[in-house]
Design a protein around this ligand. Structure first.
Ligand code: PGA
Length: 250
């Protein structure tokens, strides 16, 4: 389906002074990867990450951005700033940002549009809580998140977006969705995109699974038809584990 992309999400881990060597290690271990390999790092690590990734097949992403171009937004970082550093990807709407930093479907949409306008590839996160899954409303909720995220985005731009399906109950818990559960929702996301756009656009979109994906379970998840990669938290902090996941993405 979409291009295979394995992206690490470092979250608030690793120091700027550790970044260069770690990205070099990731690059060395994944030099013959058959998928796109991305490290999404804290803002303060980005310039070292970009420096280390230069001349390798590793791409660098940020974990957030602001949707305005510039101005009086103390503490925020713009798309132009990320581009200026050489950043290529940006995670948008991670559940931790929705939960702790008041990210909404509306700000996710504004940020996704800004990233596309500026030539960054957005990794848009969607996912349900355990309560929502148990209430049987997973697909309804995902449909709302996807439709709002893509509102006002053309088919040509939509095809460039990466969607990460991350069930909140599986993030950092060691509790992975089964491959069938993950495939069911990822296939559902593709069907929603086909409805919003067309089959060709839906097929072009990379749909990742994220949530306790690790060296042991990656192959089974990535073998599923509609899972085109992973957004990896904890396991992306260990270069060996991350390389096993990258090798499983064929
Ligand atoms: P995890 O995090 O792999 O540590 O569960 C995934 C994510 O939040 O992107």
């Amino acid at each position: 389906m979409g291009k295979y992309i394995i992206a690490g999400n470092w979250k608030m881990n690793k120091l700027p002074s550790e970044t260069y060597d770690f990205v070099k290690e990731v690059a060395a271990k994944n030099a013959s990867a058959s998928c796109e390999v991305v490290c999404c790092t804290p803002y303060v690590c980005l310039s070292e990450a970009v420096r280390a990734a230069k001349g390798t097949n590793v791409k660098i992403g940020a974990e957030n951005l602001h949707f305005e171009d510039k101005g009086a937004f103390t503490g925020e970082v713009s798309a132009d700033m990320l581009k200026d550093l050489g950043v290529e990807y940006v995670i948008i709407g991670h559940s931790e940002r929705r939960q702790y930093f008041a990210e909404t479907d509306e700000t996710v949409n504004l940020k996704t549009k800004k990233a596309l306008e500026k030539g960054l590839i957005p990794i848009v996160c969607v996912g349900e809580s355990l309560d929502e899954r148990e209430a049987g409303i997973t697909m309804d909720l995902i449909a709302i998140q996807v439709k709002k995220a893509f509102a006002g985005i053309s088919a040509a731009d939509a095809a460039k977006v990466v969607v990460a399906y991350e069930p909140i109950w599986a993030i950092g818990t060691g509790k992975t969705a089964t491959a069938d559960q993950a495939e069911e929702v990822c296939a559902g996301i593709r069907a929603i995109l086909a409805g919003l756009y067309d089959d060709a656009t839906a097929k072009a979109v990379t749909i990742q699974y994220g949530g306790s994906m690790n060296a042991a379970n990656a192959a089974e998840l990535l073998a599923k038809e509609n899972i085109d990669g992973g957004l990896i938290g904890g396991a992306s902090l260990k270069a060996d584990d991350f390389a096993v996941i990258v090798a499983a993405a064929k």
